[in-house]
Design a protein around this ligand. Structure first.
Ligand SMILES: Cc1cc2nc3c(=O)[nH]c(=O)nc-3n(C[C@H](O)[C@H](O)[C@H](O)COP(=O)(O)O)c2cc1C
Length: 187
Protein backbone atom coordinates (compact mmCIF):
# COMPACT_ATOMS: atom_id res chain seq x y z
CA UNK A 1 0.00 0.00 0.00
CA UNK A 2 1.29 3.43 -0.96
CA UNK A 3 1.48 6.04 1.81
CA UNK A 4 0.94 8.80 -0.76
CA UNK A 5 -2.26 10.77 -0.07
CA UNK A 6 -5.19 10.37 -2.47
CA UNK A 7 -5.02 13.59 -4.46
CA UNK A 8 -8.22 15.32 -5.55
CA UNK A 9 -8.10 18.37 -7.78
CA UNK A 10 -10.93 20.76 -6.84
CA UNK A 11 -12.08 23.17 -9.55
CA UNK A 12 -14.45 26.02 -8.59
CA UNK A 13 -16.54 27.05 -11.60
CA UNK A 14 -16.75 30.64 -10.37
CA UNK A 15 -14.31 33.54 -10.39
CA UNK A 16 -16.26 35.46 -7.72
CA UNK A 17 -14.27 36.34 -4.60
CA UNK A 18 -17.09 35.25 -2.26
CA UNK A 19 -18.04 32.21 -4.35
CA UNK A 20 -20.16 29.63 -2.54
CA UNK A 21 -18.71 27.00 -4.83
CA UNK A 22 -15.16 27.82 -3.83
CA UNK A 23 -16.45 27.78 -0.24
CA UNK A 24 -17.82 24.31 -0.85
CA UNK A 25 -14.39 23.10 -2.01
CA UNK A 26 -12.72 24.73 1.01
CA UNK A 27 -15.17 22.86 3.21
CA UNK A 28 -14.29 19.68 1.30
CA UNK A 29 -10.66 20.23 2.35
CA UNK A 30 -11.82 20.42 5.96
CA UNK A 31 -14.06 17.35 5.96
CA UNK A 32 -11.93 15.13 3.70
CA UNK A 33 -11.12 11.61 4.88
CA UNK A 34 -7.66 11.34 6.43
CA UNK A 35 -6.01 9.83 3.34
CA UNK A 36 -7.31 12.57 1.04
CA UNK A 37 -5.60 15.79 0.00
CA UNK A 38 -7.56 18.38 -2.00
CA UNK A 39 -5.84 21.06 -4.07
CA UNK A 40 -7.76 23.86 -5.75
CA UNK A 41 -7.20 25.14 -9.28
CA UNK A 42 -8.53 28.63 -10.03
CA UNK A 43 -9.71 29.42 -13.55
CA UNK A 44 -8.95 33.19 -13.57
CA UNK A 45 -5.95 32.90 -15.91
CA UNK A 46 -7.43 30.53 -18.47
CA UNK A 47 -7.82 32.56 -21.70
CA UNK A 48 -10.84 32.29 -24.02
CA UNK A 49 -10.55 29.19 -26.16
CA UNK A 50 -9.16 29.93 -29.59
CA UNK A 51 -8.06 27.18 -31.94
CA UNK A 52 -5.61 29.54 -33.66
CA UNK A 53 -3.90 30.24 -30.32
CA UNK A 54 -3.79 26.52 -29.52
CA UNK A 55 -2.12 25.80 -32.87
CA UNK A 56 0.67 28.19 -31.87
CA UNK A 57 1.19 26.51 -28.50
CA UNK A 58 -0.91 25.75 -25.45
CA UNK A 59 -1.01 28.80 -23.09
CA UNK A 60 0.87 28.27 -19.82
CA UNK A 61 -2.21 28.32 -17.50
CA UNK A 62 -3.89 25.68 -19.68
CA UNK A 63 -0.76 23.52 -19.65
CA UNK A 64 -0.72 23.87 -15.86
CA UNK A 65 -4.37 22.82 -15.61
CA UNK A 66 -3.68 19.84 -17.86
CA UNK A 67 -0.72 18.76 -15.74
CA UNK A 68 -2.59 19.09 -12.46
CA UNK A 69 -5.47 16.99 -13.78
CA UNK A 70 -3.00 14.32 -14.92
CA UNK A 71 -1.33 14.32 -11.49
CA UNK A 72 -4.63 14.04 -9.59
CA UNK A 73 -6.22 10.72 -8.70
CA UNK A 74 -9.66 12.30 -9.18
CA UNK A 75 -11.31 15.64 -9.89
CA UNK A 76 -14.07 17.41 -7.94
CA UNK A 77 -15.89 20.21 -9.77
CA UNK A 78 -18.11 22.65 -7.85
CA UNK A 79 -20.27 24.41 -10.40
CA UNK A 80 -22.57 27.40 -10.07
CA UNK A 81 -25.70 27.46 -12.23
CA UNK A 82 -25.84 30.21 -14.84
CA UNK A 83 -29.04 30.34 -16.87
CA UNK A 84 -29.78 26.66 -16.27
CA UNK A 85 -26.31 25.58 -17.35
CA UNK A 86 -22.66 25.84 -16.37
CA UNK A 87 -20.74 29.15 -16.37
CA UNK A 88 -18.82 30.01 -19.52
CA UNK A 89 -15.49 30.09 -17.65
CA UNK A 90 -15.91 26.47 -16.60
CA UNK A 91 -17.00 25.27 -20.05
CA UNK A 92 -14.13 27.26 -21.56
CA UNK A 93 -11.57 25.55 -19.31
CA UNK A 94 -12.99 22.12 -20.11
CA UNK A 95 -12.93 22.95 -23.82
CA UNK A 96 -9.20 23.77 -23.55
CA UNK A 97 -8.27 20.53 -21.82
CA UNK A 98 -10.52 18.52 -24.16
CA UNK A 99 -8.17 19.11 -27.11
CA UNK A 100 -6.79 17.05 -28.67
CA UNK A 101 -9.54 14.54 -27.80
CA UNK A 102 -7.21 11.53 -27.86
CA UNK A 103 -5.07 12.93 -25.06
CA UNK A 104 -7.47 14.87 -22.85
CA UNK A 105 -6.55 14.30 -19.20
CA UNK A 106 -10.26 14.06 -18.37
CA UNK A 107 -10.65 10.87 -20.40
CA UNK A 108 -11.11 7.97 -17.97
CA UNK A 109 -10.55 10.36 -15.05
CA UNK A 110 -12.87 9.86 -12.07
CA UNK A 111 -14.82 13.10 -11.61
CA UNK A 112 -17.42 14.13 -9.03
CA UNK A 113 -19.79 17.03 -9.64
CA UNK A 114 -21.25 19.19 -6.88
CA UNK A 115 -22.63 22.70 -6.75
CA UNK A 116 -24.17 25.49 -4.72
CA UNK A 117 -26.60 28.25 -5.60
CA UNK A 118 -28.36 30.97 -3.68
CA UNK A 119 -31.73 29.79 -4.92
CA UNK A 120 -33.87 26.70 -4.61
CA UNK A 121 -32.61 24.68 -7.56
CA UNK A 122 -29.23 23.97 -5.94
CA UNK A 123 -27.55 23.79 -9.40
CA UNK A 124 -29.36 20.60 -10.43
CA UNK A 125 -29.69 21.74 -14.06
CA UNK A 126 -26.08 22.92 -14.22
CA UNK A 127 -24.88 19.61 -12.79
CA UNK A 128 -26.82 17.67 -15.42
CA UNK A 129 -25.33 19.90 -18.13
CA UNK A 130 -21.83 19.36 -16.72
CA UNK A 131 -22.32 15.61 -16.58
CA UNK A 132 -23.28 15.66 -20.27
CA UNK A 133 -20.07 17.53 -21.16
CA UNK A 134 -17.96 15.12 -19.09
CA UNK A 135 -19.64 12.08 -20.68
CA UNK A 136 -18.59 13.42 -24.07
CA UNK A 137 -14.98 13.30 -22.84
CA UNK A 138 -15.44 9.78 -21.45
CA UNK A 139 -14.75 10.90 -17.90
CA UNK A 140 -15.79 8.44 -15.23
CA UNK A 141 -18.44 10.59 -13.57
CA UNK A 142 -19.38 9.51 -10.04
CA UNK A 143 -23.06 8.49 -10.33
CA UNK A 144 -24.01 9.02 -6.67
CA UNK A 145 -24.27 10.52 -4.10
CA UNK A 146 -25.01 13.92 -5.56
CA UNK A 147 -24.91 17.20 -3.70
CA UNK A 148 -27.09 20.16 -4.66
CA UNK A 149 -26.63 22.95 -2.15
CA UNK A 150 -29.75 25.14 -2.08
CA UNK A 151 -30.17 28.51 -0.30
CA UNK A 152 -26.40 28.80 0.03
CA UNK A 153 -26.68 32.25 1.57
CA UNK A 154 -28.03 30.63 4.74
CA UNK A 155 -25.43 27.86 4.93
CA UNK A 156 -22.21 29.89 4.80
CA UNK A 157 -21.03 32.43 7.38
CA UNK A 158 -19.72 35.96 6.72
CA UNK A 159 -16.23 34.61 6.01
CA UNK A 160 -17.57 32.16 3.41
CA UNK A 161 -17.18 29.08 5.61
CA UNK A 162 -19.75 26.31 5.21
CA UNK A 163 -21.39 26.05 8.63
CA UNK A 164 -24.27 23.69 7.87
CA UNK A 165 -23.45 20.34 9.50
CA UNK A 166 -25.76 18.28 7.27
CA UNK A 167 -24.14 19.67 4.11
CA UNK A 168 -20.65 19.07 5.55
CA UNK A 169 -21.61 15.45 6.24
CA UNK A 170 -22.99 15.02 2.69
CA UNK A 171 -19.77 16.48 1.34
CA UNK A 172 -17.74 13.97 3.35
CA UNK A 173 -19.88 11.17 1.89
CA UNK A 174 -19.25 12.42 -1.67
CA UNK A 175 -15.49 12.37 -1.01
CA UNK A 176 -15.60 8.86 0.43
CA UNK A 177 -17.63 7.70 -2.58
CA UNK A 178 -15.18 9.34 -5.00
CA UNK A 179 -12.22 7.53 -3.41
CA UNK A 180 -14.12 4.24 -3.48
CA UNK A 181 -15.23 4.82 -7.12
CA UNK A 182 -11.63 5.54 -8.17
CA UNK A 183 -10.28 2.46 -6.44
CA UNK A 184 -12.96 0.23 -7.95
CA UNK A 185 -12.16 1.59 -11.42
CA UNK A 186 -8.47 0.77 -10.88
CA UNK A 187 -9.39 -2.81 -10.06
C1 LIG B 1 -25.34 35.11 -15.27
C2 LIG B 1 -25.99 34.43 -14.09
C3 LIG B 1 -26.98 33.49 -14.29
C4 LIG B 1 -27.57 32.83 -13.20
N1 LIG B 1 -28.49 31.85 -13.43
C5 LIG B 1 -28.93 31.09 -12.41
C6 LIG B 1 -29.77 29.97 -12.65
O1 LIG B 1 -30.11 29.64 -13.76
N2 LIG B 1 -30.15 29.22 -11.57
C7 LIG B 1 -29.75 29.53 -10.28
O2 LIG B 1 -30.12 28.83 -9.34
N3 LIG B 1 -28.97 30.60 -10.04
C8 LIG B 1 -28.54 31.38 -11.06
N4 LIG B 1 -27.70 32.44 -10.83
C9 LIG B 1 -27.34 32.76 -9.45
C10 LIG B 1 -26.12 31.96 -9.00
O3 LIG B 1 -26.53 30.68 -8.63
C11 LIG B 1 -25.43 32.64 -7.83
O4 LIG B 1 -24.93 33.89 -8.30
C12 LIG B 1 -24.34 31.82 -7.22
O5 LIG B 1 -23.96 32.43 -6.02
C13 LIG B 1 -23.14 31.70 -8.14
O6 LIG B 1 -22.18 30.83 -7.61
P1 LIG B 1 -20.89 31.36 -6.79
O7 LIG B 1 -21.39 31.85 -5.47
O8 LIG B 1 -20.00 30.16 -6.67
O9 LIG B 1 -20.26 32.47 -7.59
C14 LIG B 1 -27.15 33.13 -11.89
C15 LIG B 1 -26.14 34.10 -11.69
C16 LIG B 1 -25.56 34.72 -12.77
C17 LIG B 1 -24.43 35.72 -12.54
Amino acid sequence: MSSRPFLILGIPGSLRRGSYNRGLLRAAQEVAPECVQIELFELHEIPPYNEDVRQQGVPEPVARLNATIVAADAVLIATPEYNWSIPGVLKNAIDWVSRPPASTPLRRKPVAVIGASGGLSGTIRAQLALRQVLFSLESYVLPKPDLWVRNAGQLFDQEGRLIDEETRQRLHEVLEALVDWTERLRD
